[in-house]
Design a protein around this ligand. Structure first.
Ligand SMILES: Cc1cc2nc3c(=O)[nH]c(=O)nc-3n(C[C@H](O)[C@H](O)[C@H](O)COP(=O)(O)OP(=O)(O)OC[C@H]3O[C@@H](n4cnc5c(N)ncnc54)[C@H](O)[C@@H]3O)c2cc1C
Ligand SMILES: NC(=O)c1ccc[n+]([C@@H]2O[C@H](COP(=O)([O-])OP(=O)(O)OC[C@H]3O[C@@H](n4cnc5c(N)ncnc54)[C@H](O)[C@@H]3O)[C@@H](O)[C@H]2O)c1
Length: 499
């Protein structure tokens, strides 16, 4: 058996979260080994956020051109997927080559190892024949993979996940989308706008079921206006592929057919692959539980989708800042030894500089001002009360904090205010659908959640996110000036409607 090699930190999985942690720790002067089995950068740049938003940008350009009729004359639009596929290859993914990302990590001082990492006892990580002993800590950032429902026949068919959908160069004539969540809706609308006949099959009684029902309604209506067929309450039972077409058979005898089948029914962490049993952590869990400093066990931190705190790039980045600060704090104490006033080592000195910078500037520094869950003892604590999320359909669905249902389930004294976008001057001029929905805790006089659906719903969300995050008193929100005629002016009306 190979002798373990001693390093400061080992990071397993260099997706959004892992790459950020590994890079920043390496820049701080620690010896960091970063292990990635696929592409450095993870799902977001290669098969997620970035290429999907490039598709959306293109599809929205088509939709906007189609709006010329009736507003500004007439326009003929001939969709062509080729420039979209080309842009994804040339600008976003280097045709799924991560050389630039590997060089970036190595340039920051990290040591890169390609392969699958696995815990191998306390402080140890094995990757193939190599074994590393981490002096200060191990960070797991292994993300999620698509969760595929156990439907009869499905595993034997050439169904798509998000990866094949993002890589597509020739669009099919028709597409079945199993799952009407964030990925399903964003991609369904894109493909429909490029001329694909799209059917969304959703098990729950509404699409985008984690968000407010009013938001689901607007999103469903918008997709239907683009020609997407939306079927809710579908209990798929069996999938067949006859060499050409897919058939999904559902309870009650309904059948749906399409040239391609995209399965986007959520994501799953694969804890069983990480060797967690070798450090006494249960692997039979959906996600890896962590505390508010992202610690999963002694000497082990986790970051990103793996933690189950919200599968978003901005959550992975937010958590990464906390992991870096906590790990550097841990190193600082270890290097200082029992007499903390002793002379700092070279590593400790570098750590001190970076720790100070990150504490003041990162998102965690801002959250520190927000309340009890902020900075404690110099290390910021994770606080998800104002978690923002945006589904980039057109109109966009932005949301922050609690939905009305979640607030009621928590026993809060809930008030709700809704303002349809078309009743605002800008919404009426724009002919845009959408709404603002506010959820207030009447006892504290603050917003605990908000939804902003509209042409720029994700951008309008920013003010609402500040209000929830900083617990701005509703009385203050009511007495501020909202620029006229903006989409965000609808917030003022929704505040007035709170009851
Ligand atoms: C289609 C789509 C669109 C999305 N759009 C958005 C969006 O608009 N906004 C947003 O905020 N989020 C979006 N997301 C979510 C976002 O991509 C994820 O939240 C983000 O990638 C999570 O980062 P992560 O570092 O936790 O995991 P990942 O990005 O999944 O990275 C984990 C990495 O670990 C590697 N790995 C796993 N196991 C091992 C192992 N044992 N050894 C070595 N390496 C390993 C994997 O190969 C992978 O590279 C989207 C996701 C999808 C699929
Ligand atoms: N704009 C963004 O920020 C963005 C975009 C895409 C994805 N993401 C992230 O990626 C995560 C995963 O996205 P997703 O869309 O796969 O998951 P999701 O959890 O958002 O939606 C999955 C949907 O599939 C449905 N479903 C589950 N099993 C089904 C079945 N057997 N038949 C029919 N429907 C079924 C669920 O009811 C749910 O509505 C999201 O939760 C989000 O955090 C974010």
């Amino acid at each position: 058996m190979a002798e373990p090699e001693l390093v400061d930190v080992v990071v397993v999985g260099l997706g959004v979260g892992g790459e950020e942690v590994a890079g920043r720790l390496a820049e701080a002067g620690l010896s960091v080994v970063g292990i990635e089995r696929d592409l450095v950068g993870g799902e977001c740049p290669y098969w997620g956020c970035i290429p999907s938003k490039m598709m959306i940008r293109a599809a929205n350009a088509l939709a906007e051109a189609r709006r010329v009729d009736g507003l500004a004359g007439s326009a003929q639009v001939r969709p062509d997927w080729a420039p979209v596929a080309r842009r994804i290859r040339e600008e976003a993914t280097d045709t799924w080559d991560d050389r630039a990302a590997v060089d970036r990590f190595v340039g920051r001082g990290g040591r890169f190892v390609r392969g699958s990492g696995r815990l191998d006892g306390p402080g140890r990580v094995r990757v193939g024949e190599q074994v590393f002993q981490a002096r200060h800590g191990i960070v797991l950032g292994t993300g999620t993979r698509p969760s595929i429902p156990p439907l009869d026949g499905l595993a034997d068919t050439p169904y798509w996940t998000n990866r094949q959908a993002i890589e597509v160069e020739e669009l099919p004539a028709s597409l079945l989308v199993l799952g009407g969540g964030a990925i399903g809706l964003e991609l369904a609308q894109v493909f429909a706008r490029f001329g694909v006949t799209v059917t969304v099959l959703e098990a729950s009684d509404r699409v985008l079921a984690v968000e407010e029902p009013e938001a689901s309604e607007v999103a469903a209506a918008a997709l239907r206006a683009d020609g997407v067929e939306i079927q809710t309450g579908v209990r798929a039972e069996r999938v067949d592929h006859d060499g050409g077409r897919f058939t999904v058979r559902a309870a009650g005898g309904a059948e749906f057919t399409g040239d391609r089948l995209l399965v986007v029914t959520g994501r799953r962490a694969h804890l069983d692959e990480l060797g967690l049993d070798t450090v006494g952590v249960a692997a039979d869990q959906r996600y890896l539980p962590v505390d508010d400093r992202l610690r999963a066990a002694a000497g082990i931190w986790a970051v990103g989708d793996l933690t189950g705190e919200g599968a978003f790039t901005h959550v992975a980045m937010y958590q990464a800042a906390i992991v870096v600060a906590d790990l550097l704090d841990h190193v600082r104490h270890a290097e200082a030894g029992p007499d903390a006033s002793g002379t700092a080592s070279a590593v400790g000195g570098a750590v001190g500089a970076v720790g100070a910078a990150s504490g003041g500037a990162g998102p965690a520094g801002v959250s520190g001002g927000a309340g009890p869950a902020g900075v404690s003892g110099g290390v910021p604590r994770a606080d998800y009360r104002a978690l923002p999320r945006v589904t980039f359909t057109d109109p966009e669905v932005g949301a922050v904090g609690l939905t009305e249902r979640q607030a009621r389930d928590r026993g809060l004294n809930v008030q709700v205010g809704i303002s349809p976008l078309e009743s605002s001057t800008r919404g009426w001029i724009h002919r845009g659908d959408g709404l603002i929905k506010l959820v207030a805790d009447a006892d504290r006089g603050v917003l605990v959640g908000a939804t902003s659906v509209g042409p720029a719903g994700g951008e309008v969300l920013s003010g609402l996110a500040v209000a929830v995050h900083a617990a701005v008193p509703i009385s203050q929100l009511r007495h501020m000036i909202y620029a006229y005629p903006t989409f965000h002016r609808a917030i003022e009306e929704a505040l007035r409607a709170l009851r």
